[in-house]
Ligand binder design. Structure first.
Ligand SMILES: NC(=O)c1ccc[n+]([C@@H]2O[C@H](COP(=O)([O-])OP(=O)(O)OC[C@H]3O[C@@H](n4cnc5c(N)ncnc54)[C@H](O)[C@@H]3O)[C@@H](O)[C@H]2O)c1
Length: 389
C-alpha cells in the first residue's frame, strides 16, 4: 500500500448524504479504487454501488469478509462510529471516521486501544484544517509570524428547522450524542484549537430554547488557553442569518475567517496592528476614531505575503491529502489522537454547563462522570430549562 505508484483500495460504510462527498473526493484523486460500500439499508448500498461501479454489502462485517480495503470511510451516524472503527481495526485496516469521531472520551480511548493493537490507523474528517487558509494560518501562527494570540471569538451560528429533527436518531443523546456543540460547532472548535493550541479551562452555559431535542440548541463558553489567550465560543442552531466565524486578535493584528460550510482564501483576512505612528495618524485613540483598513501596512502584511494556491476547505482537500499521505507511506496529520483535545473540549463544555462550575482539562480522567457520556448521566432537564442546576 505504501508504494508511490499504487492505488489505494477504499471502502465506505454508511451510504447516506455525506458518503457522496467521500466518493467524489476519492474519485478526484484518481488514485483510489472503491472496492465496496455497505449500509444496513442494503438498497442504499446497492444504489451507491451501481452509481460508482462498486460492490454492495449489508454490513461492515460482510464487506470485510469479502474485500481487502486499505482504508474504510465510516459515514454512519456518530453513535455507531466506535463499534465500526474497532471492527475495521481488528481486521488490520485503517479507518477514516466522519466527525464527530466518537460520542465520548471513553469511546475515544477504546478506539485508541484498538488502534494500538492493529496494523491500521484511525484518521478523522475535519476538513477545515485542510483548506489553504487554515494551513497558512497554522503555519504563520505556529512561527509567531502573526504575533501572539490574545483574544478569540469562535461562532457557529447555524439554523436547523424543527423538521431537521424528524429522523428518529436526531435530537437524541443516543443517536446524535449532543447538540450543536458536538454535531455542528465541532468544526469551528476543532479549527480554533488547532490554531491556538492546548486549552486550559472552560466555563459554559447550554440551553434548550426552541427545538424538540434532548440536549441544547444553544451553548456558550468562555475558554482559557495554556498560552494565556482567551476565547468566547458560541454554538447555535437557532440563527436564521447563518455564519461560521473564527476571529483571533494577536499582538500583530486581527486574523479572521467568515464562511458557512467551507471557506476559500477570499474568506480569510488579516489586518495588521498599525505601528504607533500609523495609529496616531489614523486617530486610533478615543475621541478621534478612524478604523484602519486592510490596505494599511499591506506591503508588510505576512498574511498577504503567504498567499499561494487557493484550496477550499472541503472533503476533496482533506481526502486528497490523506490519499497522498497513505500512498507515500506518511502518516496523515488529522489522527484520532490529534482530535482528542476537541472531544475533551466538548465534554468539558457539557460538564461545565450541566454542573455550573468551570472545568479544567486535567479533570477529565476516566473517573469523571462526563468521561463516560457527554450528558454525564444527569437526568434530562425539562424543555426550556437551562442545564445549570
Ligand atoms: N464533515 C462534514 O462536513 C459532515 C457533514 C454532514 C455529516 N457529517 C457526518 O457524517 C456522518 C453521517 O451523516 P449523514 O448526514 O451522511 O447521515 P445519513 O443518515 O444521511 O447517512 C447515514 C447512513 O448510515 C447508515 N447506517 C447506519 N448505521 C449503520 C451501520 N451500523 N452500518 C452501516 N450503515 C449504517 C444509514 O442507513 C444511512 O444510510 C455523521 O457522523 C455526520 O456528523 C459530516
Amino acid at each position: 500500500m505504501t508504494e508511490p505508484d499504487q492505488v489505494l483500495k477504499v471502502a465506505i460504510v454508511g451510504c447516506g448524504n455525506i458518503s457522496r462527498s467521500h466518493v467524489r473526493a476519492y474519485a478526484n484523486t484518481g488514485r483510489t479504487t472503491l472496492v465496496g460500500v455497505a449500509d444496513i439499508v442494503v438498497e442504499k448500498a446497492q444504489k451507491l454501488a451501481e452509481q460508482h461501479d462498486s460492490t454492495p454489502y449489508a454490513s461492515v462485517t460482510e464487506l470485510l469478509a469479502a474485500e481487502d480495503p486499505d482504508l474504510v470511510s465510516v459515514t454512519t451516524p456518530p453513535g455507531s462510529h466506535a463499534e465500526i472503527a474497532i471492527e475495521v481495526l481488528a481486521a488490520g485496516k485503517s479507518v477514516l471516521l466522519e466527525k464527530p469521531p466518537v460520542l465520548s472520551l471513553a469511546e475515544m480511548d477504546a478506539v485508541a486501544a484498538a488502534e494500538r493493537a492493529s496494523t491500521g490507523s484511525v484518521l478523522v474528517v475535519f476538513q477545515h484544517r485542510h483548506g489553504s487558509g487554515a494551513l497558512r494560518a497554522a503555519d504563520l501562527l505556529g512561527r509567531g509570524a502573526l504575533g501572539r494570540p490574545l483574544v478569540a471569538v469562535c461562532e457557529t451560528l447555524w439554523f436547523r428547522p424543527v423538521s431537521y429533527f424528524d429522523p428518529e436518531w436526531r435530537g437524541t443523546w443516543v443517536g446524535e450524542g449532543g447538540g450543536p456543540t458536538l454535531g455542528h460547532g465541532i468544526h469551528q472548535i476543532d479549527l480554533l484549537l488547532h490554531l491556538l493550541g492546548p486549552w486550559r479551562t472552560i466555563s459554559a452555559t447550554a440551553v434548550r430554547l426552541d427545538r424538540p431535542v434532548e440536549f441544547e440548541d444553544v451553548s456558550l463558553a468562555t475558554v482559557t488557553f495554556e498560552s494565556g489567550a482567551v476565547a468566547s465560543v458560541v454554538n447555535s442552531l437557532l440563527s436564521p442569518r447563518e455564519l461560521s466565524r473564527i476571529r483571533i486578535d494577536t499582538t500583530g493584528g486581527t486574523l479572521e475567517v467568515n464562511h458557512l460550510y467551507g471557506y476559500a482564501d477570499k474568506d480569510w483576512t488579516f489586518r495588521p496592528t498599525p505601528d504607533a505612528a500609523t495609529a496616531a495618524t489614523l486617530g486610533m485613540d478615543p475621541g478621534n476614531r478612524k478604523s484602519p483598513t486592510e490596505a494599511d501596512g499591506a506591503e508588510a502584511n505576512p498574511w498577504t505575503a503567504s498567499a499561494g494556491a487557493d484550496v477550499p476547505s472541503n472533503h476533496i482537500a482533506q481526502l486528497g491529502h490523506l490519499v497522498d499521505d497513505l500512498l507515500a507511506g506518511r502518516s496523515h496529520d488529522t489522527t484520532l489522537a490529534s482530535t482528542r483535545p476537541t472531544m475533551e473540549f466538548v465534554a468539558a463544555l457539557y460538564a461545565s454547563a450541566m454542573t455550573g462550575v468551570a472545568v479544567h482539562r486535567t479533570e477529565l480522567t476516566p473517573e469523571h462522570p462526563f468521561y463516560q457520556a457527554l450528558n454525564g448521566g444527569i437526568p434530562e432537564p425539562r424543555r426550556g430549562d437551562s442545564f445549570l442546576t
